[in-house]
Design a protein around this ligand. Structure first.
Ligand code: ZN
Length: 327
């Protein structure tokens, strides 16, 4: 359990969300941190509960209106137990990404493949929403580069291949001096990835404009597609790398690391083959996990479609399954 109150290991997750009732209590806590209030009449009092009902319903003691805990989430109207949804969301947001429906079915112990497929599909929908806010900051550069991913090449030269061109931008943030002996003085902040049709100046500049706040320092290699960045209002810091790995490491450390991990992921979970038409969706998933790797609770809530609270429940609240309702 980390300090934000989210389980960080499978055994911990299992303890906290041990059964459907525990998951229901969690949904209730997220929605009404200060205790149940009837959405219909505003009455605040412990509601009636129906533990035997399959869908989790709370009933107001005053107006007798029923409120479903799963309304407005991906679990709405589903016959799949809450605990299965919670497990699925946990695996999806924290485990090695890119699970197939077959793996998912096995891990969740589901009898039907179709159930696994549907759960996976619904949880994914919460991940492929593109991040719309611009990345970048005043005090650090954004590394931008492109790479080739996908289909095997058969000895074609540059510009003639069956791979897709992916362009990426990542914040290169300075580490706080915390006394720890880190290997690098910088770390990767937020990431954006896009499949582009070619390496033209237009495609690259459009990507940067869509994703990075104007005025930021953009660090690139000296590829000819980039000169228009200065005209677009960015402070452009380019360097001819000439295939020198030391130079590349010093100038564009984070984006190269991202590309390397991305290729490993594609090779590992997708055997190197992702159909070009599905590539952007997979990149969005990758970016979703990457950008929330320090915020597992946010990722978990996003895929389940649960509105995030400002203050997450504490470990004690989660673990005991009981919490104090404000008077
Ligand atoms: Zn009411």
């Amino acid at each position: 359990m980390d300090k934000r109150g989210f389980p960080t290991s499978l055994p911990e997750f299992q303890r906290v969300f041990s059964d459907d009732a525990a998951c229901a209590r969690y949904l209730e806590l997220v929605r009404w941190p200060d205790g149940f209030t009837c959405p219909k009449c505003g009455h605040a009092e412990e509601p009636y509960r129906f533990p035997t009902r399959s869908s989790v319903v709370l009933r107001c003691r005053k107006c007798k209106a029923n409120t479903s805990l799963t309304a407005g989430t991906v679990m709405q109207s589903s016959h799949t137990p809450l605990s299965v949804w919670f497990w699925g969301a946990y695996l999806m947001t924290t485990e090695t990404p890119g699970q197939s429906a077959v793996q998912f079915q096995r891990q969740l112990g589901l009898s039907r493949y179709e159930t696994a497929f549907q759960i996976l599909h619904k949880l994914r929908a919460g991940m492929v929403r593109p991040d719309r806010d611009a990345i970048g900051g005043e005090s650090y550069p954004v590394g931008v580069d492109e790479c080739l991913v996908g289909g095997e090449t058969h000895g074609e030269g540059r510009g003639k291949h069956h791979k897709s061109i992916v362009i990426g931008a990542v914040e290169v943030r300075p580490r706080a001096e915390d006394g720890k002996n880190h290997k690098r003085r910088v770390y990767a902040g937020r990431l954006r990835l896009r499949v582009v049709p070619d390496r033209s100046a237009e495609a690259l500049t459009t990507f940067v404009k869509d994703n990075v706040a104007v005025g930021n320092i953009i660090r690139t290699d000296a590829w000819t597609g980039y000169p228009t960045l200065s005209k677009a209002g960015y402070r452009h810091d380019s360097l001819t790398l000439g295939g020198d790995p030391d130079k590349a490491e010093a100038h564009l450390p984070m984006i190269h690391l991202v590309f390397s991990n991305l290729k490993t992921w594609i090779k590992g979970t997708h055997h190197g083959r992702i159909e070009p038409k599905h590539l952007q969706a997979h990149l969005n998933e990758y970016v979703f996990r990457f950008n929330r790797r320090f915020y597992p609770m946010t990722a978990f809530h996003s895929v389940l479609g649960i509105a995030s609270r400002v203050v997450p429940p504490t470990y004690a609240q989660l673990y005991s399954g009981e919490w104090e309702h404000a008077a």
